[in-house]
Design a protein around this ligand. Structure first.
Ligand code: ZN
Length: 340
């Protein structure tokens, strides 16, 4: 196995000692789009011992210009990104552990998903989940590498609990929906995530090895202009996350459940949701379970759970008084649809 890594072991910054540390490391990559594909490719080839890749989406044609792990066959097979990535990467390096997880990362599951990891890597396309990662990182003292790419530019920053400012020190609050451009509205060219994902991968290797020269601050790069800038960042004394107030992990900021005793059912309410298009939801859920709907209700059956959904956003789990199950199913099937 040394031969496989001989060319990077030659680097004095890595050496055999560094290679051993990489082999004993465990990382979680959240999001397997443009950034995640580059990060996963780099770290699998570099010999990071344990790699978990999490993504909720299916591969589409408009992903292929930048998501280097996927091909047309994956699309024909309707593969989720996490499944296709795991299959392809296992052929690249069979000496490490690679696990693809098809999941929507949310406040309900994030702590479980990152438990035991030495490092979290951000391959996301939405700010909400980054605030979640930041809270989970601070709470469990797991460093993470932020990365974002859009249009022709991107940025990255290392967040190491106790050593650097956190994400929320730099970006205090969640932007309003629609304010931030996304790849769907502004577009993106492949080299933008390629460069940022590469920088994230190098920082990951440095953090895992324990190198002193890790980047402290924000690096901003425009691949079209060929420019790069570094910004210093500082801790904010009133940052809730740094004070141990993990708002994004707290359930009270999200959905509420109520037991409807007489009906042997649990109702789930999400204060963020005022109305739902049953037609759109039906289209989304059709591939996941059994769906029937009319103007008033949508009935969805999956794994023997019967769920009824109303246009005002109310969701009812029938034949159960299990609030945590109701919440879990809501997050898995209905909230993931809002985010899709
Ligand atoms: Zn902070």
């Amino acid at each position: 196995m040394i031969d496989r890594y001989s060319r990077q072991i030659l680097l004095p910054q890595i050496g055999e000692e560094g290679q051993k540390k990489l082999g004993n490391s465990s990382v979680v990559i959240i999001g397997c789009g443009g950034l995640g594909c580059i990060i996963a490719t780099s770290l699998v080839r570099a010999g990071v011992g344990k790699i978990k890749l999490i993504d909720r989406d299916i591969i589409e044609y408009h992903n292929l210009h930048r998501q280097i792990l996927f091909n047309e066959e994956d699309i024909k097979n309707q593969l989720p990104k996490a499944v296709a990535a795991e299959r392809h990467l296992k052929k690249v390096n069979s000496s490490i552990e690679i696990e693809g997880v098809v999941a929507d990362v949310n406040y309900f599951n994030i702590e479980k998903l990152v438990a035991g990891a030495d490092l979290i890597l951000d391959g996301l396309d939405n700010p909400e989940t980054r605030f979640l990662i930041n809270d989970a990182s601070a709470k469990h003292k797991i460093p993470w590498v932020y990365g974002a790419a859009i249009s022709t530019s991107g940025m990255t920053m290392n967040i190491i609990p106790g050593k650097t400012p956190c994400f929320r020190c730099v970006f205090p609050s969640l932007p309003l929906p629609g304010v931030i451009p996304t790849c769907d509205t502004a577009g993106v060219i492949g080299p933008a995530p390629f460069i940022i994902g590469s920088l994230q991968s190098v920082e990951a290797m440095k953090i895992l090895i324990g190198a002193k020269e890790i980047n402290r601050g924000v690096i901003l790069i425009d691949v079209w202009e060929g420019t790069s800038h570094r910004f210093k960042v500082s801790s904010r004394p009133d940052c809730p996350t740094c004070q141990g107030n993990y708002e994004f992990l707290q359930v009270q900021f999200g959905i509420r459940t109520t037991i409807l005793c007489g009906q042997n059912s649990v109702q789930v309410l999400d204060p963020k949701v005022e109305s739902l298009s049953l037609e759109k939801l039906a289209t989304y859920l059709k591939s996941l379970g059994e769906v029937s709907y009319d103007e008033a209700t949508l009935r969805f059956t999956v794994d023997n759970h019967e769920i009824v959904i109303f246009p005002d956003g109310r969701v009812i789990l029938k034949n159960s008084l299990d609030e945590s199950l109701a919440r879990e199913l809501y997050v898995k099937y209905i909230e993931s649809h809002h985010n899709s």
